[in-house]
Design a protein around this ligand. Structure first.
Ligand code: CS2
Length: 495
């Protein structure tokens, strides 16, 4: 067993590996990141690492885990140094990242988390808390004041020592303190939600308003919320990856992240105070992120969810396997053809080419992404990925048959037993309700579809009333029940 990667073992690192280009102990923390998972470590932390390597070392990151201690337990013994392995058929690139100063586990030290966000040194908070971490209500437009964690946080914030649990709770608790110093703050959302910064703003302001109107107006005037579009495929790391990487590094790295060479970050240029110059290391600052977000959420994430549900039901464990199946591939292309009609021109990007690059990226077998991983949290993902383009097309008089088929596959997936009769677990905050509906209404497709769409909250009122679209979903679901997923997709392609 090799020694563990850490600051004290760096001299044992394989000399061919790109080490840290700076003194990890120098500089200061300027960013707090909430939601440390593999994605953050392979995306925002890499941009920041590259910026620090240019000599701008005021932007080190204190990362926060809102739930488990796992990442902290892996990173702490390594002095928070880890490796990022970029893999494709053509290349493997390994480099070390030292941008993360330390990792705090929020349930253990909630007040310390509030204090670090409140610190004058902190200029920027970045977020990857996943879609459900925004604590939206079913409409997606407002804070869910019935969420027990939000209720507990509201109570906690009235006490002298606030111990929040949720993202809005932490930001508001820190702003209570920042109010006294008057320090401005910028929050950059990096989750796959449309207008993710504006959504963050709404949730934070509604939370603050429920506590204290004056605090809400302070936040409105002193905190800016940037929308951002993030893109990089970062699957969960396996034991095998850790062993393989140890052989390359000459040291064991238990918090390694595996990713593809591609990465993209487009950020709304709306900072309240100092701004990390991420544009020097490949990010793009723009006035309006909307077109980039729509493009990415619909063409990339929409196709990802498609391959997750259809691919899983066809028996594929990984996205790269599903996308190399001829039927699935032809289906994704049909989906792209429809969705492309809903995406506006994006400066500097050829959308057709963008769509084919996505297929090439999904085919990267060196970055194996489980269909079940993408299939999680459908109730939080499908509105922006599939329903919103379907709604735009409906308004143009087009019923998107490919999107209807994916929605039908999701309804079938929620039955939680595959076509061979094997049971599996659906992971979704609404799993109990949705799996119950799917299982009890298998014999009555229209009821199954309507109840799932209503209960999940993925449709606007207009889409719930769109009987043409809903009936198309029903027809495909019935076909999946009668003939199976493979035949249904093949028949669709034949028409
Ligand atoms: C994926 C995304 O798991 C999922 O829902 O669709 O995490 C996807 O890999 C990233 O958005 C790519 O940028």
């Amino acid at each position: 067993m090799e020694q563990l990667l850490s600051l004290s073992t760096l001299d044992k690192l394989n000399p061919n590996i790109k080490g840290l280009a700076y003194d990890k102990n120098a500089g200061s923390v300027g960013i707090v990141h909430i939601g440390i998972g593999a994605f953050h470590r392979a995306h925002q932390a890499v941009f920041t690492n590259d910026l620090i390597a240019l000599g701008d070392n005021q932007w080190k990151i204190t990362a926060v885990s809102l739930r488990s201690a796992n990442v902290r337990n892996l990173m702490q013994p390594q002095d928070s140094v880890y490796s990022v392995v970029e893999r494709s058929d053509e290349q493997v690139n390994v480099s070390l990242v030292g941008a993360i100063q330390d990792v705090l586990v929020a349930p253990e030290l909630p007040q310390q988390v509030v204090d670090v966000i409140a610190s004058s040194q902190t200029k920027v908070v970045t977020l990857t808390v996943t879609e459900k971490g925004y604590c939206r209500d079913k409409s997606g437009l407002h804070l869910d004041l019935n969420n027990p964690d939000i209720q507990a946080d509201l109570t906690s914030l009235t006490s002298a020592k606030a111990s929040p649990k949720t993202m809005p709770g932490f930001i508001v608790a820190a702003c209570q303190k920042r109010q006294s110093t008057g320090d401005k703050l910028t929050v950059v959302s990096c989750d796959n939600l449309p207008s993710n910064g504006s959504v963050t703003k709404t949730m934070v302001l509604e939370f603050a308003a429920a506590l204290d109107g004056q605090l809400a107006s302070w936040i409105e005037n002193n905190v800016s919320f940037c929308n951002s579009m993030v893109d990089r495929i970062v699957p969960a790391v396996s034991e095998q990856d850790v062993c393989d990487v140890a052989n390359v590094l000459g040291l064991t790295d238990k918090s390694v992240v595996i990713t593809e060479p591609f990465k993209q970050w487009v950020i709304e240029d709306n900072f309240a105070s100092d701004k990390p110059q991420w544009d020097k290391v490949g990010a793009l600052f723009v006035k309006d992120v909307t077109v980039y977000e729509d493009m990415k959420l619909r063409l990339l994430n929409g196709a990802h969810s498609t391959l997750a549900y259809i691919g899983f039901l066809m028996g594929y464990e990984y996205i790269h396997q599903a996308v190399t199946d001829k039927t699935c591939l032809a289906f994704v292309k049909a989906l792209h053809a429809d969705v492309l009609k809903t995406v506006e021109d994006v400066p500097g990007i050829d959308l057709e080419e963008y769509a084919s690059t996505i297929i090439a990226r999904f085919s990267n077998s060196k970055v194996p992404y489980k269909t079940t991983q993408v299939a999680t949290d459908g109730s939080q993902k499908l509105a922006q990925r599939l329903i919103s383009p379907a709604e735009i097309l409906s308004k143009q008089g087009i019923i998107s048959r490919p999107i209807a088929l994916v929605v039908a596959s999701w309804c079938r997936f929620l039955e939680s037993v595959d076509e061979q009769g094997n049971a599996y677990t659906v992971s979704d905050p609404l799993a109990d309700e949705l799996v119950g509906i799917a299982q009890h209404n298998k014999a009555d497709e229209i009821t199954q579809v309507k109840l799932i769409l209503e209960e999940s909250g993925i449709c606007s009122d207009a889409m719930l009333q769109d009987s043409n679209f809903i009936d198309q979903v029903r027809v495909f679901l019935k076909s999946i029940h009668d003939k199976g997923i493979g035949n249904t997709v093949k028949q669709f392609l034949a028409q």
